[in-house]
Each structure stands twice: as structure tokens, then as C-alpha cells.
Design a protein around this ligand. Structure first.
Ligand SMILES: NC(=O)c1ccc[n+]([C@@H]2O[C@H](COP(=O)([O-])OP(=O)(O)OC[C@H]3O[C@@H](n4cnc5c(N)ncnc54)[C@H](O)[C@@H]3O)[C@@H](O)[C@H]2O)c1
Length: 347
């Protein structure tokens, strides 16, 4: 099988923790080069994954003729500059979220990639989770009827860390919503098959001293009329929240627990009721036994890399085009604006 030759820019964070291990299992991908901020770290990661070459600057990695695609997992502030360089070097690009610091920058990058004839995708790997794919299928088959209400939650404990790039607006572009809530919103839009039309945000720094929000509650109305509640919090202990996702329709619900995260796991229950029932004034709850979904779980990062590599090799449509990441960023920017002004924002 042909393999896409990959280079990784910013190889020491999530790339080392999750994406490169996932890439190593991909059938149609080969890691050939890694880049980190210093030679020692780059070399350590190169040796760990048996890549061919280690670099300590982006230009050298991009000058590597064997590299066909790059995975950019550096701090957000560097994404724009690195995407521009990669596109001009004619490398296909999988860039972590957010694509760039602002929607405007993101759109500019997509245009540049088109001009250079290279593909650009966003790292919303949670779309590849087998449960999420199954949930999308159930909704699109109409099993839940008309979708009316959804909720998704991602939280962690993220205290003040001096110098952490995620904790300053200038280097991250946002806090809990920009970092974690984006996955929740993307999943709901993806599963329900409808995009945000209006948004209200309540974002605040309640617990820690850093600049970005540690607390974000965002309410979105989708184009299909369903309302969505996203809660993204940096101040809830890891063990205290279950990463719940709930999708309610006129015929039933999907209740997921622990599927939103970096490991393809969790459990999902589906309740299919009957929308032909009359109104029950007694409100006796009809006892409908939930069906536990069964899927074969894998590695979301492997599937993400295989999917993007497949688009490069065989021209299959991108599963997560960068435009989707930019649209989510637009919702987040409006949610921040809403939090400041107290207004409902239109998209
Ligand atoms: N999809 C996911 O599962 C997931 C999870 C976490 C983070 N992310 C995203 O990945 C990106 C990185 O986040 P992280 O948690 O890995 O951060 P991190 O700080 O843990 O790691 C970033 C890495 O980039 C390196 N770096 C710093 N400056 C650089 C530069 N100029 N050029 C190249 N590399 C540089 C750092 O040395 C570090 O090893 C962000 O966009 C974040 O939103 C995605």
C-alpha cells in the first residue's frame, strides 16, 4: 500500500502523547521527520518513533523533499506562520485546532492552500470515534425523530501554571471554550447534521488567576431549530465530570458518557420511545429499556491520519476540512462577544 510521508511540527506535546502513536498504527502513513524547538528534544522524539530525521526549525523540515504532509501541533500562536510556510512548500497540512488565531486568519490560510493546491484539515479527531459515527448514523436515519435539544460537556482541572501558553489570550486565543468546548460543539453539529445559527455565551474566570476563561457555558441554536448547551470548564476536577453528551429528539434520546476525550472509549445508551403516544397528564414515566450501543472501538488518531492520508493518495473528500474548524471558531468568537455584551449573536 502507498504511504504518505509525514513530518510533525511541534512534536513534543499532544503529538507525542497521542497523534504520533496513532500515526504509527496507520496503514497508509509513515513518519519520516519531526521538528521541535531544540535539537535534543527533536532527537529524543525521532529516536522514540524511529523516524528518519529530526529538525529544530520549521524551514529545515519543510525543505525535506521526502515530507509530503505535515501535522502541526505547536502552540496556537505559531499555527498561521507555519501553515503559510507549509502551504508555500507544497506540503499537505493537518493543523490542530484552532486553525489560526482568528477566523479572518483561518480563511486567509484556506485560500492560500487552495492556491498552492494542498489539502488542509483540522484536528477534530473525535469525529472518528466509533460511537460518534454510530450516533450520527442513528440521527440521520431518523431514529430519534426531530432533534430538539443537545448537550455536550468537556472539563478538566487546569490550575495556574506560570508561562503556560494556553492561559494567555495572546498565545491561545481563548480558554476552556476555545480549547475544549470546540470539540463538543463540533461533535454536536457533526452528529446532528446542522450548524449554529445563534449563540449566547457566559464565559468567566472564576477560580484561577489566568487571563483566559476557566468557565464557559455556551448556548447555541442550530439551523434546524435544536438548542445546544455546551459546558467547557477548566475548574472541575477530572474525576468529577463524565464528559457527557446527550441528544434528545421527539422519538428518543442518545446518552453518551466518557466518549468525549482523547481515548476511544465510554458508553452509549439509546432510548427509543414513541412519539405517537398521547399526553399523559399523570406523567407516569413509560419504562423503556435503554439499548446499549455496541461498536468496535479503535484509535481516533490513527483513523484521523488514515483518513487524511487517503484524501492525499486517493482524492477522497476531507473528513474534517479546515473550513469546519474555522466555522466553529466563528461561533466561539461570537460566544465571547456575547459574554461581553450580553447579546444573542447571529452567525
Ligand atoms: N486533538 C487533540 O487531542 C489535542 C489535545 C491537546 C492539544 N491539542 C492542540 O494541539 C496544539 C498543541 O497543544 P499541546 O497540548 O500539544 O501543547 P504543548 O505545549 O503540550 O506542546 C506543544 C509543543 O510544541 C512545541 N513548540 C513550541 N514552540 C514551537 C514552535 N515555534 N514551533 C514548533 N513547535 C513548537 C513545544 O516545545 C511543545 O513540545 C494546540 O493547537 C492544541 O489546541 C489537540
Amino acid at each position: 500500500m502507498s504511504k504518505v510521508k509525514w513530518g510533525v511540527i511541534g512534536a513534543g506535546g499532544i503529538a507525542d502523547r497521542r497523534t504520533i502513536p496513532g500515526m504509527m498504527l496507520a496503514k497508509n502513513a509513515e513518519l519520516v521527520a519531526v521538528m521541535e524547538v531544540n535539537k535534543e528534544l527533536a532527537e529524543k522524539i525521532r529516536a522514540k518513533y524511529n523516524a528518519k530525521r529530526a529538525y529544530d526549525n520549521v524551514d529545515d523540515l519543510l525543505a525535506d523533499e521526502e515530507v509530503q504532509a505535515v501535522y502541526i501541533a505547536s502552540p496556537v500562536i505559531y499555527h498561521k506562520e507555519q501553515v503559510i510556510k507549509a502551504a508555500n512548500a507544497k506540503k499537505h497540512i493537518l493543523v490542530e485546532k484552532p486553525v489560526a488565531f482568528s477566523v479572518e486568519d483561518g480563511k486567509e490560510l484556506v485560500e492560500l492552500c487552495k492556491k498552492n493546491n494542498v489539502l488542509i484539515a483540522t484536528g477534530f479527531m473525535m469525529r472518528f470515534h466509533a460511537y460518534h459515527q454510530e450516533m450520527k448514523k442513528l440521527v440521520s436515519e431518523g431514529k430519534l425523530g426531530q432533534i430538539v435539544s443537545c448537550r455536550a460537556q468537556l472539563t478538566c482541572w487546569y490550575p495556574d501554571i506560570p508561562g503556560a501558553w494556553r492561559q494567555q489570550f495572546a498565545t491561545s486565543g481563548g480558554g476552556a471554550m476555545m480549547d475544549m468546548g470546540v470539540h463538543c460543539l463540533d461533535l454536536i453539529q457533526y452528529i446532528v447534521g446542522s450548524k449554529a445559527k445563534k449563540v449566547v455565551g457566559f464565559t468567566d474566570t472564576k477560580t484561577f488567576k489566568y487571563e483566559v476563561e476557566d468557565s464557559a457555558s455556551v448556548i447555541v441554536q442550530l439551523e434546524n431549530g435544536a438548542n445546544v448547551y455546551i459546558d467547557a470548564y477548566f475548574n472541575i476536577p477530572d474525576a468529577a465530570a463524565k464528559g457527557r453528551m446527550e441528544i434528545y429528539g421527539t422519538k428518543g434520546s442518545i446518552l453518551a458518557e466518557g466518549t468525549i476525550g482523547q481515548v476511544e472509549g465510554g458508553k452509549v445508551e439509546v432510548v427509543i420511545s414513541d412519539d405517537t403516544l398521547g399526553y399523559d397528564a399523570q406523567q407516569n414515566r413509560v419504562d423503556v429499556k435503554p439499548i446499549e450501543l455496541n461498536v468496535t472501538l479503535g484509535n481516533m488518531y490513527t483513523k484521523e491520519i488514515e483518513s487524511f492520508s487517503n484524501s492525499i493518495l486517493n482524492g477522497t473528500p476531507l473528513e474534517v476540512p479546515a473550513e469546519d474548524g474555522i466555522q466553529i471558531q466563528e461561533v466561539v468568537e461570537k460566544a465571547y462577544e456575547s459574554s461581553k455584551t450580553g447579546k444573542v449573536m447571529e452567525l
